[in-house]
Design a protein around this ligand. Structure first.
Ligand SMILES: Cc1cc2nc3c(=O)[nH]c(=O)nc-3n(C[C@H](O)[C@H](O)[C@H](O)COP(=O)(O)O)c2cc1C
Length: 736
């Protein structure tokens, strides 16, 4: 079992318990702060003698005075045959509020400590604390792995919202959770006598003076003690002249002679006792209200972690097929490691493993991030199947693999074959698989098969690789894989606008109605319940199960789904889409693309697109009701034919949603492309970028290359480079 599974299962099992204890803990954390705020604080120089005198004057039958860590003073007395108690004002000794704890606080404390279930509940919450401690520690290691090391703890995250939220919150609240859970465990150990703390045994006073009682004001022992260190003072029985005062302070416990007002015996707290008190304070925040509030915030964070943890698990469960018959790592002769984000590569890996098992092999499949060569004791070969994301980044299940390989002294003995899954329409085609192959070769890892790549989940390409693999290991291997298509929804076209016929680039802006979402989808912002311009609409065309992705030109708040599609010669999806008439339907799904969102800050935007690449950029401008400065560079062929969104763009300019529009027309007497328009306005662009502007590019690969070149030239005088801007996510591309 890898660390991720070890983190996941206990977390899921105790998620509900954690949510209850964390929320009740968060609510309880407010009380010490409230108590501190409400408590009248005594003058700093006030001595116990003065306090006792004031309280005794107000309540002559006084029996006990207590000071809470917040500084709150309470008194107990017996008068006219009746016991009484109150919180008292130290400046007058007068009662100001009842001494009983707040019933809500008591109720919450019982829930937090024992779930109202007595010792069984106490054991359950202790087990919860142990799990929380384990989850916090294993979670810390997982974060360090995900961010690429402890020093990069706060580096920028990518990936689906729930997973990012889980990590974002965790990296802030983990120290608090480690403190809370470790201190809770100590307190539970005390409750169940695993740790026993003996009360200091006070020696009986050897000699008590026979004199009548002094007034507290005249007692030297009480005069010497500042109220700030008091915990408890019990008065002697007034009818018994041999009785004594019992005094507890931060520094110890002792008896005070009522006749002489001097200390009779004194005992300092043991080390264990002081430690126990400190731990109690660290857990409850009593006496450290600010710390208490911080721990309360951490506890709130813990309940969100429990909830997002469950969501992540549900999402991963949907993506990753059940791996039936998966052999333990130590027994397998073939280890298959998977790098996947969307889940499809797991499907290919499962098909491969089944075929190998049929041929009599024992196969272990696992995520690349759980790579642990020391466990592959019987492995005769390792097979890595991995997708690529972004600019050649590792997919989610392969995070940390390269770093792990890098730390090893030598490569595993069993030879390796790497199979990359990618999409040729991305500039960094299978770049992560290539990086893995290169790192393996650099380590001297023996080759079973040279790197092979699969474009757009091609079943034929996979079958061909299977044949080569079979030959390499001496078995006939037939890999027939049917990629599972994502869950789709029927979308009805409500409007279409056609462009580009005259310039031989037929295009259409297609608008679909948003289909109804389930309540769960609405709650979790899934599916068509919530999407933004820049996300993708996946379309699964008739006659294929491989989806095509189109950048969305609208967000869910616009009330419709809009894409811009260009008809490609022989293109299955684009052919079907551009033939669609209002009222007709296609099947589609939403895929998030958080890297190509505009974000919520006010930094100026430089949007650059050509042809259908205008789609998401138009969506950004339409949504720009905040009038963030946007400069759009749009490349087209002929304004009379393919000027997409022409009317809207001038309306958005009039409304302040678009600050500047620069067009570049390629079929004119003097052909101009977007990169030419950029160069022409180079100094203004360089200035805007130096002031924090973000660049977003959408369109074909050649255009993107030309734009990158032009930007490099424009940026030269500023000392910035496109690569630097990309690293800071201030230059993002959506290229096809
Ligand atoms: C957001 C996104 C970014 C991608 N980036 C690349 C890329 O840079 N290079 C590449 O070859 N493929 C890229 N792809 C294609 C995926 O690697 C390919 O579809 C793969 O089969 C997905 O496998 P998975 O479902 O297991 O994650 C990208 C796909 C998406 C959705």
């Amino acid at each position: 079992m890898n660390l991720r599974s070890l983190h996941r299962w206990p977390g899921l099992i105790v998620a509900a318990l954690l949510i209850v204890t964390a929320l009740s803990g968060a609510a309880l954390s407010v009380f010490p702060a409230l108590e501190t705020l409400r408590t009248p604080q005594p003058e700093t120089s006030l001595s116990l003698a003065d306090l006792a005198t004031r309280v005794q004057a107000a309540h002559p039958g006084i029996e006990q005075i207590k000071r809470a860590p917040s500084g709150q003073i309470s008194a107990w007395w017996f008068e006219a045959g009746q016991p009484g108690s109150a919180i008292v004002d130290p400046s007058t000794g007068q009662a100001i509020a009842p001494a009983e704890p707040n019933p809500l606080q008591r109720w919450l404390t019982q829930l937090h400590r024992a779930l109202f279930l007595g010792d069984g509940g106490r054991l359950a919450t202790a087990a919860g604390a142990l799990t929380l401690l384990f989850l916090s520690l294993s979670g810390s290691v997982l974060i360090a792995r995900r961010t690429g090391g402890w020093r990069r703890w706060f580096s920028r995250l990518r990936g689906p919202l729930a997973a990012r939220l889980h990590t974002e919150i965790a990296r802030i609240v983990l120290p608090g959770l480690i403190l809370s859970s470790a201190t809770a465990l100590w307190m539970a150990a005390e409750t169940f006598d695993v740790i026993t703390i003996d009360e200091p045994r006070l020696e009986a006073p050897a000699q008590i003076s026979p004199r009548a009682s002094l007034k507290p004001a005249d007692m030297p022992a009480l005069q010497a003690i500042p109220v700030a260190t008091l915990r408890e003072l019990s008065f002697p029985d007034p009818r018994d002249s041999t009785d004594v005062f019992t005094l507890k302070t931060d520094h110890g416990t002792g008896y005070v002679d009522q006749g002489t007002g001097t200390v009779l015996s004194w005992q300092q707290p043991s080390l264990l006792q002081s430690l126990s008190e400190t731990i109690y304070m660290l857990h409850t925040g009593q006496g450290a209200a600010m710390l208490g509030l911080l721990l309360g915030i951490a506890a709130l964070g813990a309940s969100i972690l429990a909830a997002t943890g469950v969501l992540i698990w549900l999402a991963a469960r949907n993506k990753r097929p059940a791996l039936h018959g998966n052999a333990p790592a130590a027994q397998a002769d073939t280890v298959v490691l998977v790098g996947s984000e969307g889940g499809s590569t797991w499907g290919f890996a499962a098909t491969l493993a089944n075929a190998l098992r049929l041929a009599g092999h024992t196969v272990h499949i696992a995520a690349m991030s759980s790579f642990k060569p020391t466990r592959y004791r019987h492995a005769q070969r390792l097979l890595i199947l991995t997708a690529t994301y972004g600019d050649g980044d590792a997919p989610a299940s392969a995070k940390g693999f390269l770093e792990q390989l890098d730390t090893m002294d030598s490569a595993p003995a069993a030879p390796l074959a790497v199979l990359g899954f990618g999409d040729r329409s991305f500039p960094a085609y299978c770049a992560f698989a290539t990086a893995v192959e290169q790192a393996a070769r650099a380590k001297g890892w023996a080759t079973l098969l040279p790197l092979e790549t699969i474009d757009r989940q091609s079943a034929q390409g996979f079958a061909r690789w299977g044949q080569a693999l079979g030959q390499a290991i001496g078995i006939p291997l037939t890999l027939s894989h049917q990629p599972a298509s994502p869950a789709t929804t029927t979308l009805t076209l409500i409007e279409r606008r056609d462009y580009g016929q005259a310039v031989h680039a037929p295009m259409a802006i297609l608008r679909f109605a948003i289909p109804a979402s389930t309540p769960v989808q609405r709650l979790m912002g899934q599916g068509f319940a919530r999407f933004e311009a820049g996300d993708w609409l996946g379309i699964v065309p008739e006659g294929s199960c491989v989806p095509r992705l189109y950048s969305l030109a609208s967000g869910s708040t616009d009330g419709f789904i809009e894409i811009v599609v260009r008809k490609h010669e022989g293109g299955l999806a684009s052919g079907q889409l551009t033939a669609l008439q209002p009222g007709q339907t296609v099947r589609g799904f939403v895929r998030r693309n958080p890297d190509f969102h505009v974000g919520h800050d006010r930094a100026p935007l430089i949007l650059i697109g050509a042809g259908t690449g205008l789609g998401p950029l138009a969506g950004f401008i339409r949504a720009n009701t905040q009038q963030r400065p946007i400069h759009l560079f749009f490349g087209l062929r002929n304004p009379d034919s393919d000027f997409l969104y022409r009317k809207e763009l001038s309306a958005w300019q009039a409304q302040g949603r678009l600050a500047n529009l620069s067009t570049a027309i390629s079929r004119a007497d003097q052909a101009r492309y977007v990169q030419d328009a950029l160069r022409q306005e180079g100094p203004q662009i360089a200035q805007a970028i130096a002031q924090g502007a973000k660049i977003m590019v959408c369109g074909g690969r050649d255009m993107a290359r030309g734009v990158a070149q032009a930007l490099a030239e424009i940026l030269q005088p500023t000392g910035l480079t496109p690569a630097m801007l990309k690293a800071g996510a201030r230059y993002v591309e959506d290229i096809y």
